[in-house]
Write a protein that binds this ligand. Structure first.
Ligand code: NAP
Length: 681
């Protein structure tokens, strides 16, 4: 196969670099797979194009429209995934490794898209938390909101996941409304370039929403401004260099970094050599050492076991490592492919040398490995290397040097406090795991270690089958970690999208805040004229549309009937003396559930119509007890609307129950599904 000349996608056109082509070798054969260069690219024009063309186009779409667009990108990539798998083999990755990168990437887009459509409004503004009532009469209130940033998102990726690494950032930035420029690591950029090509060719994206640099970023950093976001994955040294660029500092450019991580895994103190947790731990350490040839930011670099189990753990790890065949990624029986390049292998060998000053290699030879259907000299193959260090408190390198390959160190701990301190000695990591069956150990580890780690996986015999394991970042959970890991956060469901939006506290009257957010705020105008609110189909129902019901007196017979009917004979409803002795009640009071049932009887409009179903209540609070003889009435106001599909959408209603003195008895949000088309009887 002749080398592919990679192209940049700049200002809506594919363009080859004009000079300084860099050869990219195959990790397996060492032969040039692709050539790349970004020389001649006008980076300022690229930034302008993103901001002036891509940004307005994306911001003209609602969050849901952008989320559907991201889903369509995932479908387009899945349709042509075989083209991506063909390129994947050159990166040294096995098909299984490639699955995480390629199909795992599309799944991340699907998941982020789905979370956005379920949890965020079909609008341009996201409400963050409840409103803050600041003034006595309610005319001055505050509300936190998110809106899209008006700059560009620059995504700089590491070489190990050229597709997933791009998509985990891109899904969030596009749904957040930001045009994005992707800059993959050169050594696997051919795979990322092809994925970008598929996305562009799908025709799903508006002009300017996505651009690509395969090569250096030139003077792009000089053109970044206060509305831009840089999301970086790679080494701590590159992160430091980029985040201290004068322009990044001067303009307070948001910089999200995912960098090195000395992830730990602990075999709990409750485990014994024949407990299921011991076996699971051994499997996971070997798995994390060998998947993607250990080139995973989340791989287990430090494995801790109770001191008494050191020898058993070492023997079990070695026995398993001996079964791992290294070689051509698609050859029969091969479990581990190559590192991405010869230079990366040299780097790992040097790091192993450094680690071996404090630890002993107990499995593997860094300079030699038997390979299947490949040549050790041409490809970047490396044996898995297990080190053992019996004095972890005298081994600073083990807690600070990341050998980004199939390398892990086994170490003992004395007790839980010691294990916790040792895990934290990595000074901030993406993930740690503990293999335990003891909930008290779970509590200790979380209290002692959670603040040092972005994620903690607690694995045991009950969840092992379904567990996604130590090293898999999931789109619904936060990926990132403090300190050495970069201090950044990505994904985490809808959270990840908000990294590309600005949080603002807006203040004003309820009416103004309702106008700005399209979410009805208590105190804003209620429209009470015209038909019952349940007679409006989804599109015609306006926020603020209100029903004020007549009152209904609650009798002692109602309470007793409800108690008998439901079996709820709680003393506060049935025993005058006991109820009086309770500081909350003046005597027997109505059941809260009786009140909300009567409320429904007061506000529903019985005939078939656009309201298809009541799907729940949220934020229910009972505030004033209701005694026999009191009356209740209801104020029901359309608060928010969220389209679900072409047939129906969710309406959230603000419901207030008031007594004869206009005191608030209960309040909640009622959820209904309303038809888009008019279904009036
Ligand atoms: P790297 O050398 O730091 O490169 C990372 C990215 O930065 C690449 O795209 C690289 O492009 C780019 N880059 C380097 N210098 C640049 C500059 N002056 N201006 C703009 N971009 C620049 O890291 P790597 O070798 O690709 O990846 C290995 C490292 O990444 C390991 O240390 C690992 O811990 C870390 N990593 C962390 C995570 C995480 O989520 N925390 C995930 C994966 C990897 P070029 O390739 O063109 O130089």
């Amino acid at each position: 196969m002749s080398a592919i000349i990679l192209e940049n996608y700049v200002s809506g056109k594919w363009a080859k670099g004009q000079s300084d082509l860099v050869d990219i070798p195959s990790a397996v054969t060492g032969k040039t797979v692709a050539q790349t260069s970004s020389s001649g690219t006008d980076f300022k024009a690229m930034a302008d194009y993103a901001r002036d063309v891509g940004g307005p186009a994306l911001r003209a779409m609602t969050i849901h429209e952008r989320a559907y667009m991201v889903k369509a990108l995932g479908l387009a990539l899945n349709e042509r995934k075989d083209e991506l798998y063909a390129l994947n083999a050159h990166t040294g990755a096995t098909r299984r490794d490639g699955w995480v990168d390629i199909e795992g990437g599309s799944m991340t887009l699907f998941s982020t898209s789905s979370k956005a459509r379920r949890e965020l409004p079909d609008d341009y503004v996201i409400i963050d938390g409840p409103p803050e009532q600041i003034s006595r009469n309610g005319t001055w209130m505050g509300q936190h909101i998110y809106t899209s940033m008006q700059g560009l998102a620059l995504h700089i990726g590491a070489y190990n996941f050229p597709v997933w690494g791009m998509l985990e950032k891109l899904g969030s930035s596009l749904i957040g409304g930001m045009p994005s420029i992707v800059k993959p690591a050169t050594s696997t950029s051919y795979l990322c370039e092809h994925a970008v090509r598929i996305m562009i060719e799908s025709g799903v994206l508006p002009e300017g929403a996505l651009q690509l640099i395969v090569g250096r970023t030139g003077d792009l950093f000089d053109h970044l401004g206060c509305q831009d976001v840089v999301s970086f994955t790679g080494s701590a040294s590159t992160a430091t260099k980029l985040r201290t660029h004068p322009n990044i500092i001067k303009n307070s450019v948001r910089f999200v970094a995912e960098q090195d991580s000395l992830n730990a895994s602990v075999l709990g103190p409750d485990a014994t050599a024949d407990s299921p947790e011991f076996t699971l731990f051994i499997k996971e350490v070997v798995n994390e050492m060998t998947v993607k040839a250990g080139q995973k930011c989340t791989a287990i670099r430090r494995a801790f076991v109770p001191e008494a189990l050191m020898d058993e753990a070492q023997s079990a790890l070695i026995a398993r490592l001996e079964t791992i065949k290294v070689g051509k990624p698609d050859a029969e029986g091969v479990r581990m492919g190559a590192l991405v390049s010869q230079s990366q292998r040299t780097d790992v060998r040097n790091k192993v040398k450094q680690l071996s000053k404090e630890a002993k290699i107990v499995f593997g030879n860094p300079d030699k490995v038997d390979v299947v259907e490949a040549n050790d000299n041409d490809g970047a193959f490396l044996s898995p290397i297990l080190l053992r260090c019996d004095t972890p408190w005298e081994a600073p390198s083990i807690h600070s040097v990341e050998a980004f390959g199939p390398v892990s160190t086994l170490m003992p701990y004395q007790n839980m406090a010691d294990a916790i301190r040792l895990c934290n000695e990595g000074l901030g990591s993406l993930v740690m795991s503990i293999f335990t069956y003891d909930p008290n150990v779970a509590r200790e580890i979380v209290l002692g270690s959670a603040c040092f780690h972005g994620r903690i996986a607690m694995i045991n015999r009950d969840n092992a089958k379904e567990s996604t394991g130590h090293g898999s970042p999931l789109p619904v959970l936060v990926h990132g970690g403090p300190g050495r890991a970069g201090g950044g956060e990505e994904m985490g469901g809808a959270r990840g999208i908000k990294h590309y939006m600005q949080r603002t506290a807006i203040q004003g009257t309820p009416e103004l805040i309702t106008g700005a957010t399209k979410v009805w705020m208590k105190g804003a105008l209620r429209t009470t004229d015209g038909a019952h609110p349940f007679r409006f189909n989804f599109d015609d129902l306006e926020i603020g549309k209100t029903l004020l019901t007549k009152g209904r007196i609650i009798t002692l017979e109602d309470i007793e009937h409800f108690a008998e009917f439901t079996g709820d004979n709680f003393y506060a409803h049935m025993d005058e003396e006991a109820a009086k002795a309770n500081p909350f009640f003046p005597g027997r009071v109505a059941h809260g559930y009786l009140l909300i049932s009567f409320a429904a009887g007061l506000f529903v409009d019985a005939a078939p119509g656009p309201v298809l179903a009541n799907t729940g209540l949220e934020n229910l609070r009972f505030l004033t007890p209701v005694s026999p003889g009191d009356s209740i009435r209801v104020q029901l106001t359309a608060k928010t609307k969220k389209k679900r599909n072409d047939e129906y959408g969710e309406v959230k209603w603000d419901v207030e129950l008031l007594n004869q003195n206009d005191e608030l008895v209960a309040t909640y949000d009622l959820l209904t599904m309303n038809a888009i088309e008019n279904r009036d009887a």
